[in-house]
Ligand binder design. Sequence first.
Ligand SMILES: Nc1nc2c(c(=O)[nH]1)N[C@H]1C(S)=C(S)[C@@H](COP(=O)(O)OP(=O)(O)OC[C@H]3O[C@@H](n4cnc5c(=O)[nH]c(N)nc54)[C@H](O)[C@@H]3O)O[C@H]1N2
Ligand SMILES: Nc1nc2c(c(=O)[nH]1)N[C@H]1C(S)=C(S)[C@@H](COP(=O)(O)OP(=O)(O)OC[C@H]3O[C@@H](n4cnc5c(=O)[nH]c(N)nc54)[C@H](O)[C@@H]3O)O[C@H]1N2
Ligand code: SF4
Ligand SMILES: [Mo]
Length: 682
Amino acid sequence: MARNLQPERLFRRGGSLVEKRRSVCPYDCPDACGLVVEVEDGKAVKVAGDKEHPFTRGVLCPKMANYEQTVHSPDRLTTPLQRVGPKGSGQFRPISWATAIRIIADKWQTIIREDGAEAILPCSYAGTMGLVQRNAGHAFFYKMGAARLDRTICSPAKGYAWEAIMGKTLSVHPDEVMDSDLVILWSSNTMATNIHFLHGVREAKQRGAQVWMIDTYENATAQIADKVFLVKPGSDGALALGMMHILVRDGLTDETFIAEHVRGYEELKQNILPDYTPEAVSALTGLDTAAIVTLAHAYAKAKAPFICLGSGLSRYGNGSMATRTIIALPALIGAWAKQGGGLLNSISTGSAVPMAAVTREDLLEKPTRIINMNQLGDALNQIEKPLKGIYVYHYNPAAVNPDQNQVIKGLEREDLFTVVHERFMTDTAKYADIVLPCTSSLEHGDLYRSYGQYVVQRAYAAIPPIGESKSNKEVFALLAEAMGYDEPVLHLTADEHVDLLIKTGTPWLNQINKKKLNAGEPVELPVPDNHKLTFKTPSGKIELLNPREAEPLPRYFAPYGDAEPFWLMTAPSLYGLNSSFSERAELIKRRGDMPLLMNPADAAAKGLVDGQKVVVFNGRGEVVFTLQVTPKTPSGVVVAEGVWKLNQGFNGRTVNALTAQRLTDRAGGSTFYDTKVDIRPA
Ligand SMILES: Nc1nc2c(c(=O)[nH]1)N[C@H]1C(S)=C(S)[C@@H](COP(=O)(O)OP(=O)(O)OC[C@H]3O[C@@H](n4cnc5c(=O)[nH]c(N)nc54)[C@H](O)[C@@H]3O)O[C@H]1N2
Ligand SMILES: Nc1nc2c(c(=O)[nH]1)N[C@H]1C(S)=C(S)[C@@H](COP(=O)(O)OP(=O)(O)OC[C@H]3O[C@@H](n4cnc5c(=O)[nH]c(N)nc54)[C@H](O)[C@@H]3O)O[C@H]1N2
Ligand code: SF4
Ligand SMILES: [Mo]
């Protein structure tokens, strides 16, 4: 078993000794909760929140409250498997690790000899956010000279937009929201996706703050909002410009702040804003003019307005420009200068860790082809220089990727050699030639940082591996040996690799107490005092005008849309995390019978009733849902929360059979929400 150096707390329960070990939630969630795991006889018997974690403070979400049931689920994969039935049938026979590694290495050597290494594509995303395990394959596939995956399925358009205006400026500390008097949750289903941020929001509320939200439907977060503004999908850029129009028109801008800290205000004011009158913006967004004026006035008059910007609105054809426009807003009223004011985007703690020592791009001899993961469907089906092998780890493309029918068509190809390293028999694993069993986060070591707060934390294995499962890092060491790759980095254990990262450090990481870090305690990176007014852009100012961009100023343009009449919101579920947690029956039950939310007037117009099965369709596919008629979604918008397993779907397809491979305006991001559908009775 891997090392465990953390201070262990021991106590007796009944006849047995229980150890408490610290760990970190590994899922793709901004909170990155600190965990305390009770271990009895090598089994995790209870998982609780770590009260000493400065941001998550001992509270867990409903998904992780019983993580031990995921870890010890009877559905965990325990041995390597070889396919014996047709692809997708899920028919396999157990094989040994030695056999599995030999089959993979032999096949890869053949592909490399016959088609070149670029016929092999590593496919990974965010099943685990631990820095070493998540990126364990990078060095290996660079060494191989394989094709490269552009990992853009989440929200790169939003990150791009932040940089276009704010450069490398740090985001606001999430706890600063406590000092705000107007919190705007903009396209963020905070109640599902970022619950620990709500701690600060609730505190602000108790001190008298107003909490408003801007979304496309009344999601779970509406419960805590004082006002809900529902906009037409993909129209937020226009709303932000409309608010700016009013700020200028009504003399509500902060001219002193602008003069000192903002570049391009005059150009924006002269060239762009005049078009965005309340009437024009009302037509684009669906909000009435009074609501737009209310938003603008309240925003300008608040002492410390705080925007929390989620990722939903960035997943459209205009997503990067729309987020860029919203990120411009605080500059006009000087919100950055106010304690409790500003805008919370993703938190970029990436520079705290020497990631180049993990990813080791220097091992790539010459640039190889790059495949955008959102277009995996097309890539798997392309005829010229076809992919011959894919290695999928901590990623479930058959369920989470847009254009599911194309992805599955590609996975069905008999001439595609597919290896999947997984904890569970996922939809993707069912199409594999070889399945390898993976450890859960409690069974391997790693180093974690967060994209929603500033804590870094090291975790050691808390229990031995389940069955014969091995971590990402261990499997790549075995594969490297079989392929004859002897670079030392490929043969480090996860714990050794974390040691190296911490020892190497960065100027930022070196400011924290490494003893505590190595002991597994949560340690917060210090945020420089004046960081909100230290604009790390080429001009040192907030760049409303960015001359390096083809569109130097924020402006509005329309999303893609499709010809069908209803926008489909592919929103997150409270009881799942993308396709993860589908092994937990009680969580699946709470999600209902694969519902599609629809407004009563729309249902009536279509002659549809609550509870009936409906076919949702467009040019890409058809998916059957159970109709749930609710006023929580406005007319013209339908909502499918969460990602489901194919066999939980009524026709073997789930929501992503409807979404498209089209990309965002910048950074090649996904456009899940930029989807339109029609509906008929099943
Ligand atoms: N419980 C749970 N937590 C999660 C996840 C999960 O699946 N479940 N996923 C994790 C991951 S990978 C991520 S990236 C984050 C995402 O966390 P969020 O940023 O909160 O989630 P998004 O999917 O980006 O969508 C947020 C909201 O945007 C709304 N929206 C869609 N289109 C528009 C629009 O045009 N305008 C406006 N104003 N709103 C719009 C959606 O309806 C949704 O309510 O959450 C993480 N946490
Ligand atoms: N319809 C719809 N589609 C979506 C979204 C949505 O909200 N709606 N969200 C999108 C977003 S924002 C994202 S980020 C993507 C996320 O897509 P993915 O990154 O694929 O995330 P998950 O669905 O959680 O699947 C991760 C898989 O990794 C496995 N795993 C966990 N830990 C490990 C490990 O240590 N090693 C290995 N080898 N495997 C491991 C888990 O068992 C799980 O099957 O989905 C996108 N797709
Ligand atoms: S999924 Fe998010 S909120 Fe839930 S325990 Fe993990 S980090 Fe915390
Ligand atoms: Mo994501």
